[in-house]
Design a protein. Structure first.
Lengths: 168, 231
């Protein structure tokens, strides 16, 4: 199963999303209201593996662990994700452990689960600068390392129509 | 000279970002008029965005989340970009500085967050002054009594000097990344024993409990006909 996180707001995208996300764990901006991670570390030290914020996003760690691929569809924002996609990613903190391990000479988190995901990120935005593309590419690579992903891909599209053509 | 010190930590109470701002404050030019802002999950008011746009300098202090900017602060930055588009104030004069702390040891793990701030400045028409990234940020709370520039805070002294140098000269400089003056292995060990395992104990949990693997919760997956199926 794939986890698909997207920030597509236009109701016109719904038919495509329904087909693309059929049978997958789809998390969109049109779902329930999401709260921001408060950095309390409760997901590590109070209810290990589950966020303490009581909303529909508290089980994202376990939900990701049930998937073999994570797909992010996001407006490229300053070379990163849009606030919603970033928010969902922040709430995935219980997917990893608080403890550290060394990877490529740097400290990273140990993984909670044995399973790993492939990380596919589709950025869209009509006037992205070269610096934003470079930052986005490196950010996905860094996230992929931190989440222990088994691989990653990043691609850029000028608009949602282009992106849908590739994914359909 | 109007300077806004912006604490971008989502936590309540004392924060590592607040610690950095507190250490920076006495080093700022005496003639500066300093305002403080706290960016939490609640959005700023429109008039607060206008106040920020009227500043000469913004100093953002925040924790690293997933190699980047935490989502509540990112949302504020996007709102501020919108304000620059609708305001006729003078955003081109605003200079931006950032102090980023992360929970790993290496300060250079903050480098992408710096690039995001730099790209944000470009979108807003602001001038990127400089930034620093400091590792082992969770250590700050336990070394509050140590003078900056000595012991484990020796490198923090250099980082603050770097930032203040750019603030005083008005020139943009490349970011500075550093970590505390003690061995990385000691940070790994102390965070495990003195922080995570100790916090677990306070919560009546054992270290092995922190490794629990909750299973998939019941959710409804969408089906091609637009219906959702329970799993």
């Amino acid at each position: 199963m794939k986890m698909i996180v997207h920030d597509l707001e236009n109701a016109g995208e719904l038919p495509w999303l329904t087909a693309f996300g059929s049978g997958q764990d789809v998390i969109g901006i049109d779902n329930a209201v999401i709260r921001h991670c408060t950095g309390c570390f409760g997901c590590w030290t109070r209810t290990p593996g589950t966020c303490v914020l009581k909303d529909e996003y508290r089980h994202l760690g376990a939900r990701l662990a049930a998937c073999d691929e994570m797909v992010l569809i996001s407006r490229c924002t300053y070379g990163g994700y849009s606030p919603f996609v970033c928010n969902v990613l922040n709430r995935m903190l219980p997917y990893v452990l608080p403890y550290f391990r060394m990877l490529k000479g740097q400290m990273h988190h140990q993984l909670r689960y044995e399973q790993t995901v492939k990380f596919n990120v589709y950025f869209y935005g009509e006037d992205l600068t070269a610096n934003e593309r470079q930052t986005a590419q490196e950010l996905v690579q860094a996230n992929s390392l931190n989440l222990g992903a088994k691989g990653f891909e990043v691609s850029f599209y000028d608009n949602i129509r282009q992106l849908k053509e590739v994914l359909s | 000279m109007n300077i806004a010190l912006i604490n971008g930590s989502p936590k309540g109470g004392a924060t590592n970002s607040g610690f950095l701002l507190e250490k920076l404050r006495p080093l700022l030019p005496q003639e500066a008029a300093i305002s403080t802002y706290r960016i939490g999950p609640k959005a700023l008011k429109n008039e607060q965005y206008l106040e920020l746009l009227a500043m000469d300098m913004l100093v953002l202090a925040f924790p690293l989340y997933f190699d980047a900017i935490p989502s509540h602060l990112l949302r504020m930055l996007t709102e501020m970009e919108r304000s620059t588009q609708s305001s006729n104030q003078r955003p081109q004069t605003v200079r931006v500085y950032a102090m980023i702390n992360n929970g790993f040891f290496e300060g250079d793990q903050c480098k992408l967050a710096v690039e995001l701030i730099r790209n944000w400045c470009e979108r807003c028409g602001f001038m990127f002054g400089t930034a620093f990234g400091h590792g082992a940020g969770e250590m700050f709370g336990s070394v509050g009594h140590v003078p900056v520039g000595s012991g484990p805070l020796k490198n923090l002294g250099l980082a603050l000097e770097h930032l203040v140098g750019s603030i005083r000269s008005g020139e943009s400089t490349e970011p500075f990344f550093t970590q505390p003056n003690f061995p990385r292995g000691l940070w790994k060990l102390s965070s495990t024993q003195l922080f995570w395992n100790a916090t677990a104990k306070k919560n009546s949990l054992k270290p092995k409990d922190l490794r629990r693997r909750p299973g998939m919760p019941p959710i409804r997956l969408p089906q091609s006909g637009g219906k959702r199926q329970d799993v």
